[in-house]
Design a protein around this ligand. Structure first.
Ligand code: Q9C
Ligand code: ZN
Length: 342
């Protein structure tokens, strides 16, 4: 198994995250992926390569052109407007407001393109997000060239990024970009399996009306956790995508028995979809000690997770998503990968 990883992830490290009324050091911090890299090497999975620059075409196929322009210049625009600190959305359009007018002032534009205000844009965010997408792209190319499994050690993560909004620590939807590349590479039907603790709202948004890419997401019930306003079981897609979104929300305290029964349902749906390739949104924040989540999976459960997913016999592009119990992130992530490898 090859891992794709860029040091440019370090260019994104915000001063603070707004968390429950306080400013804290962001949970989504550079050390997370260093633990994963160290664990890969410890386990002999040491083929770790730099992906080089991102290919913009598959990114533009997933994301809105105005959104990409916004991300590329947001920090400079913020500074040019005389604003201090880092780019944070303080105003967002809500009920009764206009969604069809994009403000000119950066303080208004940022709220148009954000769905949450915990996530700040820094001077290096765009470069880091591009490098993360580049890793997903390189892993997709490996699978198109017949690899059974390729791992994109992505940072920042991606699954909360919609076609035109960032938030939840995500800017570019790495998994969606990889899925689109697999489609363009000849896989007629692709599945995205999202095992991150949080609902894959961005991936759901991207593929909502498409029948060619199935999304199955296992996550904390949005009645109790982020992203709060999406991720319920009765969201199943529209148009050509009717029936190709499967949300499996679960309550606080969920452990392996309940979680693995949901995984069985997801794997059945992936088989029924006729998927020829799988993108795994690999977050490990369903871990019992995760500081921002409410499931109770233990480290050996992540090995079982990988073993169960491998039984589908599909080629897999795995993209790192969340996981914030940082010293366990390496162990849990690599447990999944070793389970996948068998
Ligand atoms: N007080 C991913 O796992 N809410 N994103 C944090 C902390 C946002 C998680 C609340 C969580 C986003 C990729
Ligand atoms: Zn998460």
């Amino acid at each position: 198994m090859r891992t794709w990883f860029s040091e440019d992830h370090r260019r994104h490290f915000a001063q603070a995250e707004l968390s429950g009324g306080e400013f804290v050091t962001p949970y989504e911090r550079p050390a997370r992926v260093e633990y994963v890299r160290a664990r890969l090497i410890e386990r002999g999975l040491s083929d770790i390569r730099d992906p080089g620059p991102a290919d913009m075409a598959p990114i533009a196929a997933i994301h809105d052109a105005g959104y990409l322009r916004f991300l590329a210049s947001a920090y400079d625009d913020w500074k040019a407007a005389g604003l201090g600190g880092e780019v944070i959305a303080a105003n967002v359009p809500t009920r009764g407001m206009r969604f069809d007018r994009i403000p000119q002032h950066i303080d208004g534009r940022v709220g148009y393109y954000a769905h949450a205000s915990e996530t700040a844009i820094t001077g290096g965010t765009w470069a880091a997000a591009l490098s993360s997408a580049a890793s997903a792209q390189a892993a997709a190319r490996d699978v198109m060239a017949d690899a059974r499994l390729a791992f994109a050690l992505c940072r920042p993560p991606g699954h909360h990024a919609t076609r035109d909004q960032y938030g939840g620590y995500c800017f570019l939807n790495n998994a969606a970009i990889a899925a689109q590349m697999l489609r363009d590479g000849g896989a007629e039907r692709v599945a995205v399996l999202d095992v991150d603790f949080h609902h894959g709202n961005g991936t759901q948004n991207v593929f909502w009306d498409r029948g060619d890419v199935l999304l199955a997401s296992l996550h904390g019930d949005p009645a109790h956790g982020y992203p709060y306003y999406v991720g319920y079981a009765d969201e199943t897609g529209i148009g050509d995508g009717a029936g190709t979104t499967l949300n499996l929300p679960m309550p606080p305290g969920t452990g392996w028995d309940t979680w693995s029964a949901a995984l069985d349902r997801a794997m059945d749906a992936i088989a029924a979809h006729g998927a020829q390739a799988l993108v795994l949104s690999l977050g490990v924040d369903a871990f019992k000690d995760d500081p921002i989540s409410f499931f109770r999976l233990d480290s050996p459960d992540f090995s079982r997770m990988g073993e169960r997913i491998a039984r589908a016999g599909l080629p897999i592009v795995a993209c790192l998503e969340g996981g914030y119990a940082i010293e366990a992130v390496g162990i849990n992530t690599v447990n999944v990968l070793e389970g996948l490898l068998g």
